[in-house]
Design a protein around this ligand. Structure first.
Ligand SMILES: N[C@@H](CCC(=O)N[C@@H](CS)C(=O)NCC(=O)O)C(=O)O
Length: 305
């Protein structure tokens, strides 16, 4: 099987999910550092326009979104599973809450508290990604007490969950959902750590985070973006052997796949394979030749062209 190549940057919380997944499964992987902001000239030929972080590459196969990456890692190394069948409803609710609700006060509080470390270009890029004008830094600073209040409420809920309804998170073998919650809290320690004090006074969260951090990142070695492109150009996409029932989109359809949230990043291509949970499209780029780009269906809109 082709080597696993993660396109990421070190302070990406979503990438931290996948680095921990490598640790959990004891995997060796190659690390390609991509820019935090656009342009991303060495990533776009691989994804066809998807800019989000992280992206997993295996030869000429490109996996977008941490959910789709986890599906592929489970296919390669089933044990321990990131997406076990048992408990999947609880896991999906936990991950969705962490990444769609807790996401916002953590993102706003960390970037606001560390605004002097982050460049103006970073704020401009993220606002443009969400279709907004660049933020006024005075307003960002003035909003911090509100964000901190929201965050403290939610951290109280997580502390409560760990005490009772979700106490098995403290003992079970971690899964993707555990890493989804963890990555939001890990982000509070990121950059200059100016947001980290908000975590104090939550002993269960502290113990649980230490347990997850101890998993580590597996065996990482660096690779240049140019080498990653060369590997894609020299490879052919892996044959898709699927026993899944056919989905709603016949193979060979020309489609556009775009995230449902703020950064649309549409990618166009021809369907190779589609089921209710995943879709794979074929693309060609001069830098890479033929590529298969894989997405989850959750959170992505597929439009027939
Ligand atoms: N649903 C996506 C979300 C990924 C995401 O939002 N990542 C952030 C970085 S942690 C991002 O893409 N930011 C913009 C960028 O890196 O260009 C996933 O699970 O992979």
């Amino acid at each position: 099987m082709a080597d696993l190549i993660l396109h990421h940057y070190d302070i990406s919380p979503y990438a931290e999910k996948i680095r921990l997944a490598f640790g959990l499964k004891g995997l060796a992987w190659r690390s390609v550092i991509q820019p935090m902001v656009l342009p991303k000239p060495d990533l776009m030929p691989l994804t066809g326009g998807f800019r989000r972080t992280p992206v997993l590459q295996a030869g000429a196969d490109i996996y977008c979104d941490t959910l789709r990456i986890a599906m592929e890692l489970d296919r390669r190394v089933p044990d321990p599973p990131l997406l076990p069948e048992e408990g999947r409803g609880f896991d999906a609710v936990l991950a969705t809450w962490a990444e769609r609700v807790l996401m916002w006060p953590t993102a706003r509080y960390v970037t606001g508290m560390n605004r002097e470390t982050l460049s103006e270009g970073f704020f401009r890029d993220r606002s443009a990604m969400r279709g907004h004008a660049a933020p006024d830094m005075e307003k960002v600073a003035a909003d911090l007490p509100h964000q901190e209040g929201q965050l403290r409420l939610m951290l109280g809920w997580v502390e409560d969950l760990l005490a009772g309804p979700a106490s098995d998170l403290a003992t079970r073998t971690p899964r993707l959902a555990d890493f989804a919650l963890y990555q939001r809290l890990w982000w509070l320690n990121a950059l200059d750590g100016k947001a980290a004090p908000v975590l104090a006074g939550h002993p269960r969260i502290a113990d649980w985070m230490a347990r997850i951090a101890a998993i580590g990142h597996g065996r990482r070695s660096e690779l240049t973006p140019a080498d990653a492109l060369r590997i894609a150009a020299e490879a052919e996409p892996a044959p898709i052997a699927s026993t899944a029932p056919p989905g709603d989109i016949p193979p060979g359809s020309r489609v556009r796949v775009a995230t449902e949230d703020f950064a649309l990043d549409p990618v166009e291509g021809e369907t190779v394979h589609a089921t209710p949970t995943e879709i794979t499209i074929r693309r060609e780029a001069p830098e890479t030749g033929r590529i298969h780009v894989h997405f989850p269906r959750l959170g992505y809109e597929v439009t027939a062209l």
